[in-house]
Structures are given as structure tokens and as C-alpha cells.
Design a protein around this ligand. Sequence first.
Ligand SMILES: N[C@H](CCC[C@H](N)C(=O)O)C(=O)O
Length: 287
Amino acid sequence: MKLKFTKMHGAGNDFVVIDAINQRIDFSPAQWQALADRRFGIGADQMLVVEPSTQPGCDFRYRIFNSDGGEVEQCGNGARAFAKFVAEKGLTDRRSIAVETMAGVIAPRLEDDGSVTVDMGAPVLEPALVPFDTEGLQGQPQGQDTLWPLVLELAGEKETVLVSVLSMGNPHAVQVVADIDTAPVELTGPLIELHPHFPKRVNAGFMQVVDRQHIRLRVFERGAGETLACGTGACAAAVAGIRRGLLDSPVRVDARGGQLSIAWAGEGQPVYLTGPAVTVFEGEIEL
Ligand SMILES: N[C@H](CCC[C@H](N)C(=O)O)C(=O)O
């Protein structure tokens, strides 16, 4: 079987995008992991699948698989690539589309300058819905936010980090650090991802506040490791910073792979993610 795919990225977060409207695919987690392998497969942080919508009022269904093969609820950089893909492939003639995901409906819009703005829906702030188990933890208020202490065990030493916890459809734990270049992302990222208080694991964000409308961000992603950018991570960091009283919307987010912009008008309101979507090459693989 030949599989056609398109290699894309959003600020360096890279994807294999597959049209599953005109191709029939049904892969196991191990097969997804093999496709994502950067040596033995195509190589990507996530695989994005375009399917017919199953909901009235939606144009497409959007499925996301991490490079560890697991299917997840949401991917913000991927939503921009998705929108560009379906336009470039002529699967839609609309510049604004409604896209069904495991986490609800999102709405990407192609901008005239080639960037894409996505209505990512409202953040989920209730810990139990993230999901995050607060049992035995004493939250510390900061502005409208609550900072939760996570005890991390590193080489026999215990270290406590304070995180904001929220969901953009997928779970995020965001901490403020003085300098993302010296933050121990490789060491503590995996410990936070697998922390027992996150029953579905979590994406670990490390945010440096440059000024009230500008942050630098690194994210150790659930099921993918550190990526050059994380769209939902940028949304989560901006929302956490605004709730903590550190940031004002819109927020410029400098990721290692490029720049994103986040706008949020407050509780119950949608988060808007704007950034690039780039097609790198078309490919075909014999399976
Ligand atoms: N690793 C994420 C999925 C991809 C999110 C990220 N690539 C984005 O742009 O939002 C998770 O397991 O929730």
C-alpha cells in the first residue's frame, strides 16, 4: 500500500499530514510511532489526520497522534497546518473552517499574510477536568490563578516546582523560570510529564516573562519530548500569565522555532492562536 503524505511545520513543530478522506488508513499506535521515527520512518513530532466531519456544521474531523503513537485531544500548531493543507489540497474553498477534534470544535482562519489564526476554544481551568489530582496538595493563590506544588525526585534530591494547571483540550502544567535557556527542561520536563498527579500525563511548559506582552517559552511535550514550538502550550502559558497578573493580551510568544501570538479576553472566552504554517515537501511511502 502506498501512503501519500505532506510534511509540514508550524514554528518548527513538525508534522506528517495525511488525507484520510481520499485514502483509507487505520494504523496501530506502533505503526504511528514507526511513521514518526526520525531514522526509520518519515519523522515528525505529531501525525495529523484529515477525516470527513461527523458533526453537523463542521467541515472536517482532525485527529492527532504524538510521536509515541498515542492519540491526543488537541494540537494548536497542527491546527494551522491542517487549515493550510485542506486549502492547498482543494478539500475546501473556505478560508475559515470549523474543525471537529476530540476536545471539541476549533475554527482556523487563513489570513491574507499567509499566517493562520485559530479559535482554540476556551481554556478549561477546573483541575479535575484537566485532569489533575489535587489530593494532598496545597494550592497557592496568585492573582486569579492557583499555583500547585509538584515534588520532583531528581538523583535522590527532592525539588518542588510551582505550576499553573489548565487544559486547552490537552493538559498543561506551566511554570515561570528566570531564563528558559538555562532552565533544566531535559531533566525536569519528563518528571513533570509523568508526575502521578496527572492521570493522563501532561505537557510541561517553561515560561520566561520578558515584559507584560512578551514571553519566551519551551515546552516538554507529552508523548513527544521537547519540541521547537507548542501551540496549545503557548495558549496555556499566556492564559496562566494573564491569570497570574503577569501578562496582558495579546501576548507575543517566542518559541525556539518561531513566533506565535496569543489573544484571550478572559474567563469563558476563547483563546486565539496566530502563527505560521509551512509546507516542506510532499511524499509517498510504501507500507
Ligand atoms: N503533545 C501534545 C499534543 C501536541 C500539542 C502541540 N504540538 C501543539 O502545537 O499544541 C499532547 O500530548 O497533548
